[in-house]
Design a protein around this ligand. Structure first.
Ligand code: 2M8
Length: 440
């Protein structure tokens, strides 16, 4: 399908290329984010992948999500990695022998038959399940897809709104930077500084076998990631009050939690369950998000360190993601659009795609992972938010940039926000999947 806003030929070249990436990264029951760097199943990757895959094969998209859900713990958590037992332990660090989920996680109800990590990632899943259903409602209904996934998705959301309300303020907290999906965002520097790093000689970073060191987190970051994950494991992955040395309320994770609560209301209506509870929760969570994390001076949402009770002043792109929510006050929407297009994020110039972190920030680095580069899942969410709130011109421009950058870079993991030069790995699954979604 040709489109007036895109160069001739681009849609079909991009679609075919993206479809090939998804086919190559498909393992038979789910999709790896990247063959070399991330050879297992990742939680929020699978949700974004399903959102694109639904246009290619609604059946495969349903399986993607259902495979992930079979690794759900009894306390409701969806682990951030589901390990493929056929992949050698040395291919990715931290490997299953580090997390030891089936033994260390038994009190929290980790499954006995599959090895997983013990931490989580942002809850994009109910939103993905709803979008997957809508791609082919008849086939989805025939397979009983929504009926099967609904109770699991509800349990997942309740884990986050229950055990993970560590601040007792009606918002979910992350307990590890990896849980945000934005691993080394400068937003975590301050709360992480309190963590004594594990000695780098005690582990081997498999990521450096595939990735360029300057595009990845530092050894000091990794030392702290390892210490935090090991101490959570050694406490049986329990979320007891006061037990977490790192606890942060992140705007993106909470916005996705709310978007997924809205999706659960839609799903409930289709399967004759009661949507009312989901709508009430979505409204309460939105009120709490605005009350706790909105910062009018910054013109965006800011993270909150639950342990010190202080706002984190760094401007991470996470603070723009609530734009995906329908029920925001007009002045909040207007401020978010201004911030996205202003000096800190530069959309519409000088940034071609929204950077992961403040262009004017002390730690900005256009190449290093979540400290500046532009990511396709984040730009997909922003495009959706801009469109939802009627900023059609900005949404169209962002879509065109994302499509041309994804295609030109061979579906890069992330790109320099100014030049869209490729960074990280290539043939990256969510970049390919979201390209397809943007083309539809
Ligand atoms: C990155 O995170 C993993 C740890 O989960 C890593 O660096 O090894 C992040 O970009 C995260 O958002 C993503 O889900 C994951 C797999 O693509 O890679």
């Amino acid at each position: 399908v040709e489109r007036a806003d895109l160069p001739p030929g681009l849609p079909s070249i991009a679609y075919n290329g993206a479809q090939r990436v998804l086919a190559r990264n498909w393992t038979g029951s789910s999709t790896v984010p990247s063959r070399a760097l991330y050879p297992h199943q990742w939680s929020w990757d699978s949700a974004f992948i399903a959102i694109g895959l639904r246009h290619v094969s609604p059946d495969r998209a349903q399986r993607e999500l259902e495979t992930l859900l079979t690794a759900q713990w009894q306390d409701g958590r969806i682990p951030h990695i589901v390990f493929n037992p056929a992949v050698p332990l040395t291919a990715y660090f931290p490997s299953p022998d580090f997390w030891r989920s089936s033994t260390a996680g038994d009190k929290a109800g980790a499954p006995a038959t599959v090895e997983t990590s013990g931490i989580v990632q942002p809850p994009v899943h109910a939103l993905a399940a709803w979008l997957v259903h809508r791609a082919d409602p008849a086939a989805s209904t025939r397979r009983g897809f929504l009926r099967r996934v609904y109770p699991r998705l509800v349990a997942w959301q309740r884990y986050l709104t229950g055990r993970r309300d560590l601040g007792g303020r009606g918002l979910a907290s992350i307990v590890h930077p990896w849980e945000s999906g934005m691993d080394n965002s400068p937003c975590w520097d301050q709360p992480l500084a309190r963590i004594e790093p594990a000695d780098v000689r005690t582990f081997h970073r498999a990521d450096l076998d595939h990735g360029c060191r300057a595009d990845r987190p530092t050894d000091l970051d990794y030392g702290r990631y390892v210490r935090l994950a090991a101490s959570y494991r050694d406490r049986g992955y329990a979320d007891d009050a006061g037990s977490h040395p790192f606890a942060v309320e992140d705007p993106a994770l909470n916005a996705l939690l709310i978007a997924s609560e809205h999706a659960l209301a839609e799903i409930a209506a289709v399967i004759d369950a009661d949507p009312a509870d989901h709508l009430v929760r979505a409204e309460e969570l939105t009120t709490n998000l605005l009350k706790r994390l909105w910062n009018p001076d910054a013109g965006m949402f800011l993270c909150q360190d639950v342990i010190t009770g202080e706002h984190i002043t760094e401007r991470g792109v996470s603070g723009l993601i609530p734009l995906i929510l329908p029920d925001l006050p007009d002045e909040v929407v207007a401020a978010l659009v201004r911030t996205a297009t202003g000096e800190h994020f530069g959309l519409g110039g000088p940034s071609r795609l929204a950077p992961s972190y403040d262009l004017t920030g002390r730690a900005f680095d256009p190449s290093r992972y979540w400290r500046g580069p532009a990511w396709f899942n984040i730009n997909w969410l922003l495009e959706r938010g801009l469109r939802l709130h009627g900023a059609t011109e900005q949404a169209d421009a962002l879509r065109a940039e994302a499509l041309s950058a994804a295609n030109a870079t061979g579906f890069a993991e992330y790109v320099d926000p100014f030049t869209c030069e490729a960074r990280g790995s290539q043939d990256f699954s969510w970049t390919a999947a979201l390209t397809i979604d943007l083309l539809m």
